[in-house]
Design a protein around this ligand. Structure first.
Ligand code: GUN
Length: 281
């Protein structure tokens, strides 16, 4: 039986640590503020944004909500970001993705001042991660490192295979595992003989976006498997990119879906908000 990596419990630990730090800052007269911008009303985005606001409330972070109509122009959005960049009382700025098609996502993310980019998406923060300088790190991969560390899983010297090369998960994940002295391989849709590569992994991080694609034949006996995917199956039940029933008996540890990687993203966002205060000094 594999050890279940409990993302729910670990995310609560991190949020409680943030809560303590925020209380201490408040006692010293410092308030932490996160501005959350949503354009349009994509139902999934509304749920995510609602969860972010709730987490802020729990931790004691002030949240400013900007709910803009679907037809907001790129110019208007950039103007709002400019205002928030200039405000001394705003520490973090988050623009919920995806944005409506008429808005250039890259231009918008680049407009957020790197010192307020709590999502860690700005090229300056991505570059900082690449060369080991301080900066914000994308929340989901940062959360995965915390899952591994807090579950007592050693990364140094391990064969780490990442499936997926997105800017938000795959690429920063590879850089973080490398920073922890893992031996890292990144695979993707054009990888030849994916199974041959994934079967080398001591730590396998799966972020492909295809429900239950990874079955036991992709996994080495005793591997640690981290599942970033989240989908609804034909019975409306949540499932990941990993076929849990098939893979679990072969792992030493595995994240469930739900309750694995998912809760860590918001916990790490909160952590980035708390750290933003020191970074801005
Ligand atoms: N949409 C889905 N995930 C994310 C995220 O982590 N940050 C932002 N800004 N938008 C998202």
């Amino acid at each position: 039986m594999a050890k279940l990596i409990d993302g729910k419990a670990i995310s609560v630990q991190i949020k409680d640590e943030c809560r303590e730090k925020v209380a201490q800052m408040k006692a010293e007269g410092v308030e932490v503020t996160l501005a959350v911008i949503q354009v349009g009303n994509d139902p999934a985005s509304t749920v995510y944004v609602g969860n972010k606001k709730k987490a802020c409330e729990y931790i004691g972070i002030r949240s400013l909500a900007y709910e803009l109509p679907e037809d907001t122009t790129e110019e208007k959005l950039l103007e709002l970001i400019g205002e928030l960049n200039a405000r001394k009382d705003v520490n973090g700025i988050l623009v919920q993705l995806p944005l409506p098609k008429h808005i250039n996502e890259e231009k918008v993310l680049d407009a957020i001042h790197p010192s307020k980019d709590v999502d860690g998406f700005h090229p300056q923060n991505v570059g900082a991660l690449c060369i080991g300088k301080p900066g914000f790190v994308s929340c989901t991969p940062a959360g995965i490192i915390q899952l591994l560390k807090r579950s007592g899983i050693e990364i140094a010297g391990k064969e780490c295979v990442v499936i997926g090369r997105s800017n938000i998960v795959g690429k920063p994940m590879a850089l973080l595992l490398l920073r922890e002295n893992g031996t890292v391989t990144v695979t993707h849709s054009r990888t030849k003989d994916l199974k041959e590569v994934t079967r080398r992994a001591d730590i396998l991080v799966v972020a492909i976006g295809k429900p239950k694609m990874i079955t036991a034949d992709y996994v080495k006996e005793g591997a640690v498997v981290i599942d970033v995917g989240i989908h609804r199956n034909e019975n409306n039940k949540l499932c990941g990119d990993v076929d849990f029933e098939s893979v679990e008996p072969h792992c030493s540890a595995i994240t469930p879906v739900p309750g694995g990687v998912g809760p860590m993203t918001i916990a790490m966002l909160m952590n980035n908000c708390v750290e933003s205060v020191a970074l801005q000094k």
